[in-house]
Design a protein around this ligand. Structure first.
Ligand SMILES: [Fe+2]
Ligand SMILES: [Fe+2]
Length: 280
Protein backbone atom coordinates (compact mmCIF):
# COMPACT_ATOMS: atom_id res chain seq x y z
CA UNK A 1 0.00 0.00 0.00
CA UNK A 2 1.35 3.38 -0.93
CA UNK A 3 1.21 6.09 1.72
CA UNK A 4 -0.01 9.52 0.79
CA UNK A 5 0.61 12.54 2.94
CA UNK A 6 -3.02 13.62 3.05
CA UNK A 7 -2.42 17.18 4.20
CA UNK A 8 0.36 17.70 1.68
CA UNK A 9 -1.75 16.22 -1.10
CA UNK A 10 -4.73 18.47 -0.34
CA UNK A 11 -2.42 21.48 -0.15
CA UNK A 12 -0.95 20.56 -3.54
CA UNK A 13 -4.46 20.69 -5.01
CA UNK A 14 -4.96 24.22 -3.74
CA UNK A 15 -6.29 23.52 -0.23
CA UNK A 16 -9.43 21.98 1.22
CA UNK A 17 -11.74 24.60 -0.28
CA UNK A 18 -10.43 23.96 -3.79
CA UNK A 19 -10.72 20.20 -3.29
CA UNK A 20 -14.29 20.69 -2.07
CA UNK A 21 -15.14 22.32 -5.38
CA UNK A 22 -13.75 19.46 -7.44
CA UNK A 23 -15.99 16.71 -8.77
CA UNK A 24 -15.48 13.19 -7.45
CA UNK A 25 -14.06 12.35 -10.84
CA UNK A 26 -11.57 15.21 -10.81
CA UNK A 27 -10.46 14.29 -7.30
CA UNK A 28 -10.15 10.66 -8.34
CA UNK A 29 -8.03 11.71 -11.32
CA UNK A 30 -5.73 13.76 -9.13
CA UNK A 31 -5.46 11.03 -6.53
CA UNK A 32 -4.76 8.50 -9.21
CA UNK A 33 -2.08 10.70 -10.71
CA UNK A 34 -0.50 11.04 -7.29
CA UNK A 35 -0.66 7.30 -6.62
CA UNK A 36 0.81 6.56 -10.00
CA UNK A 37 3.61 9.00 -9.37
CA UNK A 38 4.38 7.46 -5.97
CA UNK A 39 4.20 3.97 -7.43
CA UNK A 40 6.64 4.91 -10.14
CA UNK A 41 8.95 6.37 -7.54
CA UNK A 42 8.72 3.24 -5.40
CA UNK A 43 9.61 1.05 -8.36
CA UNK A 44 12.27 3.28 -9.88
CA UNK A 45 13.66 5.58 -7.19
CA UNK A 46 16.23 7.00 -9.58
CA UNK A 47 13.50 8.55 -11.72
CA UNK A 48 12.46 12.18 -11.21
CA UNK A 49 10.53 13.77 -9.63
CA UNK A 50 11.11 12.85 -5.99
CA UNK A 51 8.79 15.64 -4.76
CA UNK A 52 6.86 18.49 -6.27
CA UNK A 53 9.52 21.15 -6.09
CA UNK A 54 7.49 24.19 -7.08
CA UNK A 55 6.13 26.68 -4.58
CA UNK A 56 3.18 25.65 -2.33
CA UNK A 57 3.69 22.04 -3.33
CA UNK A 58 2.71 22.45 -6.97
CA UNK A 59 4.76 20.48 -9.48
CA UNK A 60 6.87 22.21 -12.05
CA UNK A 61 6.06 21.77 -15.74
CA UNK A 62 9.13 19.53 -16.04
CA UNK A 63 7.79 17.30 -13.25
CA UNK A 64 4.42 17.04 -14.95
CA UNK A 65 6.22 16.12 -18.15
CA UNK A 66 8.22 13.44 -16.32
CA UNK A 67 4.94 11.73 -15.32
CA UNK A 68 4.04 10.88 -18.91
CA UNK A 69 5.74 7.50 -18.82
CA UNK A 70 4.13 6.57 -15.47
CA UNK A 71 0.69 6.02 -17.07
CA UNK A 72 -0.77 3.35 -19.31
CA UNK A 73 -2.71 5.99 -21.25
CA UNK A 74 -2.11 9.48 -22.57
CA UNK A 75 -3.79 12.30 -20.69
CA UNK A 76 -5.22 13.85 -23.84
CA UNK A 77 -7.22 10.70 -24.67
CA UNK A 78 -11.01 10.94 -24.65
CA UNK A 79 -12.63 9.83 -21.41
CA UNK A 80 -14.98 7.53 -23.30
CA UNK A 81 -12.12 5.32 -24.47
CA UNK A 82 -10.46 4.26 -21.26
CA UNK A 83 -11.00 3.64 -17.58
CA UNK A 84 -8.32 5.55 -15.72
CA UNK A 85 -8.89 3.32 -12.66
CA UNK A 86 -7.64 0.40 -14.71
CA UNK A 87 -11.00 -1.39 -14.60
CA UNK A 88 -12.64 -2.90 -17.65
CA UNK A 89 -14.86 -0.51 -19.57
CA UNK A 90 -18.64 -0.94 -19.37
CA UNK A 91 -20.94 -1.87 -22.25
CA UNK A 92 -22.61 1.27 -23.55
CA UNK A 93 -26.39 1.59 -23.82
CA UNK A 94 -27.86 1.54 -27.34
CA UNK A 95 -28.69 4.83 -28.99
CA UNK A 96 -31.91 5.27 -30.99
CA UNK A 97 -31.66 4.99 -34.80
CA UNK A 98 -31.84 8.77 -35.20
CA UNK A 99 -30.13 10.00 -32.05
CA UNK A 100 -30.74 13.54 -30.88
CA UNK A 101 -28.49 15.78 -28.84
CA UNK A 102 -30.45 14.80 -25.74
CA UNK A 103 -29.89 11.11 -26.45
CA UNK A 104 -26.14 11.72 -26.64
CA UNK A 105 -26.26 13.91 -23.55
CA UNK A 106 -27.88 11.16 -21.47
CA UNK A 107 -26.17 8.11 -22.96
CA UNK A 108 -22.70 9.22 -24.07
CA UNK A 109 -21.66 12.49 -22.41
CA UNK A 110 -22.00 11.39 -18.79
CA UNK A 111 -18.29 11.96 -18.04
CA UNK A 112 -18.70 15.73 -18.13
CA UNK A 113 -22.47 16.34 -18.20
CA UNK A 114 -22.73 17.13 -14.48
CA UNK A 115 -19.97 19.74 -14.68
CA UNK A 116 -21.48 21.24 -17.84
CA UNK A 117 -24.94 21.43 -16.25
CA UNK A 118 -23.48 23.19 -13.21
CA UNK A 119 -21.70 25.61 -15.51
CA UNK A 120 -24.90 26.31 -17.49
CA UNK A 121 -26.82 26.81 -14.22
CA UNK A 122 -24.25 29.34 -13.10
CA UNK A 123 -24.47 31.15 -16.44
CA UNK A 124 -28.25 31.27 -16.16
CA UNK A 125 -28.01 32.66 -12.62
CA UNK A 126 -25.64 35.30 -13.91
CA UNK A 127 -28.27 36.32 -16.46
CA UNK A 128 -26.24 35.79 -19.62
CA UNK A 129 -28.03 35.31 -22.93
CA UNK A 130 -29.17 31.95 -24.25
CA UNK A 131 -26.38 31.48 -26.80
CA UNK A 132 -23.85 31.60 -23.99
CA UNK A 133 -25.88 29.47 -21.60
CA UNK A 134 -25.84 26.91 -24.43
CA UNK A 135 -22.07 27.32 -24.81
CA UNK A 136 -21.64 26.57 -21.10
CA UNK A 137 -23.89 23.52 -21.43
CA UNK A 138 -21.74 22.20 -24.28
CA UNK A 139 -18.28 23.50 -23.41
CA UNK A 140 -16.56 20.31 -22.16
CA UNK A 141 -18.80 17.56 -23.56
CA UNK A 142 -16.33 16.68 -26.32
CA UNK A 143 -13.92 15.36 -23.68
CA UNK A 144 -15.59 11.99 -24.16
CA UNK A 145 -13.88 11.99 -27.58
CA UNK A 146 -10.72 14.02 -26.94
CA UNK A 147 -9.34 15.96 -23.99
CA UNK A 148 -6.31 17.52 -25.69
CA UNK A 149 -7.23 20.87 -27.28
CA UNK A 150 -10.84 20.18 -26.26
CA UNK A 151 -12.12 23.71 -26.90
CA UNK A 152 -11.23 23.39 -30.57
CA UNK A 153 -12.59 19.86 -30.90
CA UNK A 154 -15.77 20.88 -29.09
CA UNK A 155 -16.36 23.88 -31.30
CA UNK A 156 -15.95 21.71 -34.38
CA UNK A 157 -18.31 19.03 -33.07
CA UNK A 158 -21.16 21.50 -32.51
CA UNK A 159 -20.48 24.05 -35.25
CA UNK A 160 -23.04 22.81 -37.82
CA UNK A 161 -25.85 22.85 -35.27
CA UNK A 162 -25.51 25.90 -32.99
CA UNK A 163 -25.19 29.71 -33.38
CA UNK A 164 -21.80 31.01 -34.51
CA UNK A 165 -21.30 32.90 -31.24
CA UNK A 166 -21.91 29.70 -29.25
CA UNK A 167 -19.24 27.90 -31.28
CA UNK A 168 -16.86 30.83 -30.76
CA UNK A 169 -17.35 30.75 -26.98
CA UNK A 170 -16.76 26.99 -26.79
CA UNK A 171 -13.63 27.21 -28.93
CA UNK A 172 -11.95 30.04 -27.12
CA UNK A 173 -12.78 29.19 -23.51
CA UNK A 174 -9.72 26.97 -23.89
CA UNK A 175 -7.34 29.90 -24.45
CA UNK A 176 -8.95 32.24 -21.92
CA UNK A 177 -8.69 29.66 -19.12
CA UNK A 178 -4.97 30.40 -18.99
CA UNK A 179 -5.36 34.15 -18.49
CA UNK A 180 -6.88 35.91 -15.47
CA UNK A 181 -9.44 38.66 -15.92
CA UNK A 182 -10.14 40.01 -12.44
CA UNK A 183 -12.74 42.50 -13.68
CA UNK A 184 -14.70 39.67 -15.22
CA UNK A 185 -14.32 37.51 -12.09
CA UNK A 186 -11.85 34.97 -13.44
CA UNK A 187 -8.68 34.09 -11.56
CA UNK A 188 -6.18 31.55 -12.86
CA UNK A 189 -7.14 28.36 -10.97
CA UNK A 190 -4.76 26.45 -8.70
CA UNK A 191 -6.05 23.30 -10.36
CA UNK A 192 -4.10 24.28 -13.49
CA UNK A 193 -0.93 24.83 -11.50
CA UNK A 194 -1.40 21.26 -10.37
CA UNK A 195 -2.32 19.81 -13.79
CA UNK A 196 0.08 21.72 -16.03
CA UNK A 197 2.83 22.72 -13.56
CA UNK A 198 3.14 26.06 -11.86
CA UNK A 199 5.60 27.46 -14.42
CA UNK A 200 3.64 26.18 -17.41
CA UNK A 201 3.70 28.47 -20.42
CA UNK A 202 0.66 28.13 -22.73
CA UNK A 203 1.38 26.82 -26.23
CA UNK A 204 2.00 29.34 -29.03
CA UNK A 205 -1.46 28.83 -30.59
CA UNK A 206 -3.05 29.63 -27.21
CA UNK A 207 -0.95 32.78 -26.84
CA UNK A 208 -1.85 33.86 -30.38
CA UNK A 209 -5.55 33.24 -29.79
CA UNK A 210 -5.45 35.21 -26.55
CA UNK A 211 -3.82 38.16 -28.32
CA UNK A 212 -6.57 38.01 -30.94
CA UNK A 213 -9.36 37.62 -28.36
CA UNK A 214 -8.44 40.66 -26.28
CA UNK A 215 -9.83 43.00 -28.92
CA UNK A 216 -12.53 40.75 -30.29
CA UNK A 217 -16.19 41.83 -30.13
CA UNK A 218 -17.08 38.40 -28.76
CA UNK A 219 -14.40 38.30 -26.05
CA UNK A 220 -17.10 38.44 -23.36
CA UNK A 221 -18.83 35.38 -24.78
CA UNK A 222 -15.75 33.18 -24.40
CA UNK A 223 -14.81 34.80 -21.08
CA UNK A 224 -18.23 34.03 -19.64
CA UNK A 225 -17.66 30.32 -20.24
CA UNK A 226 -14.48 30.45 -18.16
CA UNK A 227 -16.19 32.38 -15.35
CA UNK A 228 -19.11 29.94 -15.12
CA UNK A 229 -16.62 27.08 -15.46
CA UNK A 230 -14.83 28.06 -12.23
CA UNK A 231 -17.89 27.52 -10.07
CA UNK A 232 -19.07 24.27 -11.60
CA UNK A 233 -17.25 21.60 -9.57
CA UNK A 234 -19.61 21.07 -6.61
CA UNK A 235 -19.67 17.30 -5.96
CA UNK A 236 -23.01 17.61 -4.14
CA UNK A 237 -24.85 19.66 -6.76
CA UNK A 238 -28.15 18.20 -7.96
CA UNK A 239 -28.49 19.03 -11.63
CA UNK A 240 -30.90 18.32 -14.46
CA UNK A 241 -31.11 19.04 -18.16
CA UNK A 242 -34.76 20.13 -17.74
CA UNK A 243 -34.11 23.88 -17.25
CA UNK A 244 -32.23 23.90 -20.57
CA UNK A 245 -34.60 21.93 -22.80
CA UNK A 246 -36.19 25.06 -24.27
CA UNK A 247 -32.81 26.67 -24.97
CA UNK A 248 -31.60 23.50 -26.69
CA UNK A 249 -34.87 23.38 -28.64
CA UNK A 250 -34.49 26.97 -29.79
CA UNK A 251 -30.78 26.97 -30.64
CA UNK A 252 -29.64 23.42 -31.45
CA UNK A 253 -30.56 22.55 -35.06
CA UNK A 254 -31.22 18.87 -34.66
CA UNK A 255 -30.81 16.98 -37.99
CA UNK A 256 -33.86 14.82 -38.71
CA UNK A 257 -31.66 11.83 -39.73
CA UNK A 258 -29.99 11.92 -36.31
CA UNK A 259 -26.53 13.12 -35.30
CA UNK A 260 -23.97 11.01 -37.12
CA UNK A 261 -26.37 10.16 -39.95
CA UNK A 262 -26.76 13.61 -41.48
CA UNK A 263 -23.77 13.67 -43.83
CA UNK A 264 -22.36 16.80 -42.18
CA UNK A 265 -18.63 17.47 -42.06
CA UNK A 266 -18.59 16.25 -38.45
CA UNK A 267 -20.97 13.28 -38.71
CA UNK A 268 -18.04 10.87 -38.23
CA UNK A 269 -17.21 12.50 -34.90
CA UNK A 270 -20.72 11.79 -33.63
CA UNK A 271 -20.53 8.21 -34.96
CA UNK A 272 -17.24 7.68 -33.13
CA UNK A 273 -18.82 8.90 -29.90
CA UNK A 274 -21.80 6.63 -30.58
CA UNK A 275 -19.69 3.52 -31.29
CA UNK A 276 -16.30 3.84 -29.56
CA UNK A 277 -15.90 0.04 -29.54
CA UNK A 278 -15.52 -0.08 -33.32
CA UNK A 279 -12.02 -1.53 -33.90
CA UNK A 280 -11.36 0.57 -37.02
FE1 LIG B 1 -12.96 23.25 -20.72
FE1 LIG C 1 -15.23 23.15 -17.81
Amino acid sequence: MIDIDRRGFIASLGGAAAVGLMSHEARADELEDELNRRLQLAQAPAQPPSQATGSRGFPTAAEVDAQITTRSYRRGAGRGFLDTDGDNVARLPELPDAPTFLDFFELRFQHTSNHCLQSANKAMERGVDEEIVLACLLHDLVQVLMRADHGYWGAQLFEPYVPERTTFAIKYHQALRFYSDTDAGYEYPDLYRRIFGEDYVPAPHIQADYAMLRNHRWYDAAREVTVSDLYAFDPDAVVSIDPFLEIVGRHFRQPKEGLGNDGSSVAHMWRTIATPDAPL
